[in-house]
Design a protein around this ligand. Structure first.
Ligand SMILES: [Zn+2]
Ligand SMILES: [Zn+2]
Length: 398
């Protein structure tokens, strides 16, 4: 492994910051203390800090030399509404709040990179360190953009990094094109006509309509989606009725749709509307669909993904980099940044859980799990990746 010396040497300091953030998790758009910790450290290392984009967002910039080239590096800062079950010293001090997605680690790695880059000053251009709130369902990235992130801090390209438990520490993964899915929620309201269950001919049974809709919707992925395009349509709720001798008046259904492209998403939503409305009419009732698009798909610029992979290879060696990692159906609000700028999102191995024996305590170590903990050993690896990425990007001719 080819790590930058100060990143390695200062690991204990960044580990302490990471554990302090872990002990004080804050939920989306409420990252007040976290933003203060980030800003205070950056100021100590000589940065001028901009606070307040999207409420609690923090941006710091480093300009060296005369080049107009610029790069944005992004970390997320928010925690999850989850009760931590770990017993180690740095466990959450707040009931029902926990850093179970490792955003404490992402913040620490980017802080480490900021400190190392200020120390080295081996760039020609500008690096913007972007600490965003509310990745977990709040769309903090979108709000930062709406409030002028890229106008005030212009970036030629922007990069994101997420820890990935289960893959070895000292490894990276990235892929050109879609890396994570769009996430969308829907609700269906079926209107029938209530009646005595012994006299069905006097009513319109919304249960039968709901069942038919559920069946017919499954033809979208199997019959309308191009076989090489991926989509998920899951109906996760069906509710109707109150007694065994009453045909209900209405039924409600809900679920999620995931896709890797907006085109496929447009098609799925349009077909859902047709199938839902016409199935209900065919059975004598009516139905409406409300469809809410949350995060768009996270789609890496192929050139930037390849650039990332080259930098990763420089840090951990080609044998430890998966240049075509399998995309996941999870979602990420870094997708909004990739809609604005070329760039790439990547995974850094958080380890298979071995770090837990070194004082982290036992238990599974998967994202959004109540016993998760970020692996502090990878802070210098992530920090070195950030530093080399920025230095290499900014050394290329404009
Ligand atoms: Zn998460
Ligand atoms: Zn996350």
């Amino acid at each position: 492994m080819n790590l930058i010396e100060p990143a390695l040497q200062w690991q204990p300091e960044f580990q302490a910051i990471r554990r302090d953030l872990h002990a004080h998790p804050e939920l989306k758009f409420k990252e007040v203390r976290t933003a203060e910790v980030v800003a205070r450290n950056l100021q100590q290392w000589g940065y001028t800090v901009d606070c307040g984009l999207a409420g609690t967002g923090v941006v710091a910039s480093l300009t060296v030399g005369t080049s107009k080239r610029s790069i944005g590096l992004r970390a997320d800062m928010d925690a999850l509404p989850l009760q931590e079950i770990n017993h180690f010293e740095h466990r959450s001090v707040h009931d029902g709040r926990m850093h179970a997605c490792g955003h404490d680690g992402h913040t620490a790695m980017l802080l480490a990179a900021a400190r190392v880059m200020m120390h080295r000053k081996q760039i020609n251009g500008t690096v913007h360190f972007i600490f965003q709130p509310a990745e977990e369902g709040g769309g903090g990235a979108r709000r930062m953009i709406e409030e002028g992130l890229f106008k005030r801090f212009p970036c030629d390209a922007v990069f994101g990094l997420h820890n990935w438990p289960g893959t070895a520490a000292g490894t990276f993964g990235v892929t050109p094109g879609p890396m994570m899915a769009s996430s969308n929620e829907f609700e269906i309201h079926v209107h029938g006509k209530g009646a005595h269950a012994a006299l069905p001919h006097l009513g319109v049974d919304p249960v039968m309509i709901a069942v038919a809709i559920a069946q017919n919707l499954q033809t979208i992925v199997s019959r309308n989606c191009k076989p090489i395009d991926a989509a998920v349509l899951s109906i996760t709720k069906i509710h109707a009725g109150s007694a065994t001798n009453i045909i209900a008046q209405e039924a409600r259904m809900a679920g999620t749709v995931r896709t890797f492209s907006i085109n496929v998403l447009d098609m799925v939503e349009a077909r859902m509307r047709e199938i839902i409305e016409h199935t209900a009419i065919a059975l004598g009732g009516s139905a409406t669909l409300s469809f809410e698009r949350n995060y768009p798909p996270t789609v890496n610029n192929p050139e930037m993904a390849s650039f990332c992979a080259d930098v990763m290879e420089e840090v951990v060696g080609a044998e430890n980099v998966d240049r075509r990692i399998e995309p996941t159906m999870g979602a990420e609000d870094f997708s909004y940044m990739l809609l604005e700028k070329p760039g790439s999102y990547a995974f850094i191995g958080n380890g298979a859980g071995g770090h837990r024996e070194m004082g982290h305590g036992a238990g599974p170590c998967t994202l959004h799990n109540a016993s998760y903990d970020f692996n502090d050993e990878i802070i210098p690896i992530g920090a070195t990746y950030w530093v080399r990425l920025a230095e290499r990007f900014l050394s290329e001719p404009a």
